[in-house]
Design a protein around this ligand. Structure first.
Ligand code: CU
Length: 339
């Protein structure tokens, strides 16, 4: 028999809000966490499917993500309640045992949390098709082994769920704490997280199960119409948004944690400032490199230190590139203002 016949169908309770749709596959629900021990840090995250962001052109685009808190209703009451985009960051210290308690299911579909770059056991890796989706609650247990910049994201119907915004930054500080990139590595005074992503708003009306029944719902055809930096429209808003744009003093050291959070390759140009790249994907570079621009592919992270020697306003440009032709399909901008 086809193994698909053994899989458990999910009947959604309604078709409004973020729910709707029947999954043609789901992966068996979560067991108890194997070898569960005492955590040093606990994060509660619940899936929501009715957040939104307003773009610079005034359009509102529906987003999904994770809220802080449990409770099974997306942390915001009946139906999900929406939540921030990107999802709230997790920040821990190297060596800690971490529990991420995910609540999903109910009216908000099944989901997982994959802590990208962390490499825990299969049960705790949050890749649905290798383990299980979460329809209820599951505690992911993992160890923060290496300081650096990571991110977490849903790995259920991944192409869609990650596009919908189900991701957030994951930062591991060395034992020295924030202000040092890794033990023995560079220090910094100012920090920014730039998660650069493209959005194809035509995907954002789909149900969480879209494409799982074998039909073509267009998930092979990405035509982004918005380009964001850490959840802020890079057309205009990210130039001044205090959560993205940087203001610092001459002589200070800035750490930019750059995350390629989209599907397209990206080129980030630092507007004339020189970056010293000290880490990539959670590991120190044996020989840091100095660059004025970088190219990155999906899910790559680069940790860049800047120490501008004079005041100025430096415009940072992120270009989103066609996979094949390398043509620029869109641009997002922010600023580093040195006082
Ligand atoms: Cu999901």
């Amino acid at each position: 028999m086809f193994s698909a016949l053994k899989l458990k169908p999910i009947q959604m309770m309604h078709t409004g809000g973020g729910g709707g749709g029947n999954a043609c596959y789901t992966y068996p629900d979560a067991p108890a966490t194997p070898g569960l021990t005492t955590a040093d840090v606990v994060f509660d995250r619940s899936a929501h499917m009715n957040g939104s962001i307003t773009m610079d052109d005034g359009r509102t685009v529906r987003m999904w993500g994770f809220n802080t808190g449990g409770g099974g209703m997306g942390g915001g009451g009946m139906g999900g309640g929406g939540g921030p985009f990107p999802s709230p960051a997790m920040r821990v210290t190297e060596g800690q045992i971490v529990h991420t308690r995910l609540t999903a299911g109910m009216m908000n579909g099944t989901h997982t949390i994959h802590h990208h770059g962390i490499e825990p056991s299969t049960e705790n890796d949050g890749v649905g098709h290798y383990s299980f989706d979460v329809n209820g609650t599951y505690t992911y247990q993992w160890k923060a082994s290496h300081a650096g910049t990571y991110f977490y994201h849903c790995h259920t119907n991944t192409v869609l769920h990650a596009e919908m915004g189900m991701y957030g930054a994951l930062i591991i500080d060395p034992p020295e704490g924030p202000g040092t990139l890794y033990s023995g590595g560079p220090t910094y005074d100012v920090e920014a997280v730039w998660a650069c992503d493209e959005i194809d708003s035509s995907w954002h009306a789909l149900s969480w199960t879209a494409g799982t029944c074998g039909g073509d719902v267009g998930l092979n055809d990405l035509n982004p119409d918005y380009f964001v930096i850490t959840g802020v429209d890079g057309a205009q808003s990210a130039l001044t948004d205090p959560g993205v744009a940087v203001t610092m003093n001459t002589g200070q050291r800035l750490l930019v944690r750059y995350i390629c959070a989209g599907y397209l390759p990206q080129r980030i140009d630092f507007g004339g400032l020189t970056a010293t790249v000290h880490m990539s994907d959670g590991r120190p570079l044996p020989n840091p490199i100095q660059v004025q621009s970088l190219e990155a592919s999906s899910a790559e992270r680069y940790d860049c230190i800047f120490q501008p020697g004079s005041p100025g306003i430096y415009e940072v440009t992120v270009e989103y590139l066609d996979w094949v032709s390398g043509e620029t399909l869109g641009t997002a901008r922010t600023r580093i203002t040195v006082q």
